[in-house]
Design a protein around this ligand. Structure first.
Ligand SMILES: *Cc1c(COP(=O)(O)O)cnc(C)c1O
Length: 221
């Protein structure tokens, strides 16, 4: 199947609230253009340098989403054009994104990354850390960001029940946070979960943004 056919087939089974983030990391601009010509506009990248290079040569109506770990000292390179950052994993990073985006006189959408997998990872807020941070109210001073929801990655496992349980945990946290902090805020509506191996479970448990790489573009070296 061509890239265009894969996108069409995958999206055909999406419910209306779910959007596709085509994860193009490690794939060349030609592959992105093939997806673009099939109507895809939202692309995800996880490395700052690779993203900025692609941004400069590709059509300007692409919505770029950053999905990888973002170092604070690199925020400035993507601040002028990034549409959404899925991977806000510390208060310090959020503050820096606000500061850099302000210089471009823009607003950027962000998601708070929550650590839900069993694997130990350096990245992401625990559910409690996230609640504690939101409780400080600091984020209300950041006028150049919109907190639009949560992102998480399930454990890399064959155990479907475990994956489902982790996505359900994230879904429940989403509604808890929505009710406490964002009840009047219609921007807070995104739940970014699901990759090529587990996106069907993610959609069943409420995902609004699935991040698919290999199932669209093939394997990465
Ligand atoms: C690479 C990556 C994806 C896409 O993974 P696939 O298994 O190729 O679909 C999704 N989310 C994040 C955070 C990634 O780094």
């Amino acid at each position: 199947m061509s890239i265009a056919q894969k996108i069409q087939t995958i999206k055909h089974a999406f419910p209306p609230q779910t959007r596709l983030v085509a994860v193009s990391k490690f794939h060349p601009a030609e592959a992105i253009l093939e997806a673009y010509d099939a109507g895809q506009r939202v692309f995800g990248e996880s490395k700052v340098q690779e993203l900025t290079e692609k941004y400069h040569i590709l059509p300007k109506d692409i919505e770029w989403h950053f999905i990888g770990h973002l170092q604070t000292n690199k925020v400035k390179y993507i601040a002028p054009f990034i549409c959404m950052i899925h991977s806000i994993d510390s208060p310090k990073l959020l503050e820096e994104v606000n500061r850099q985006v302000e210089k471009s006189n823009r607003t950027v959408q962000v998601l708070l990354q929550i650590h839900i997998a069993q694997e130990t990872s350096k990245f992401g807020f625990s559910p409690q850390e996230c609640l504690d941070f939101l409780n400080t109210g600091q984020w209300k001073n950041f006028k150049h960001i919109q907190i639009c929801g949560l992102m998480g990655m399930a454990t890399f496992t064959e155990d479907q029940q475990q994956i489902r349980g982790e996505f359900q945990t994230l879904n429940q946290l989403f509604f808890q946070i929505k009710n406490i902090y964002f009840a009047q805020n219609e921007n807070f509506k995104e739940l970014s979960m699901g990759m090529s191996d587990d996106y069907q479970i993610a959609i069943e448990t409420g995902s609004t943004l699935v991040r698919l790489g290999s199932s669209i573009f093939g394997g990465r070296n």
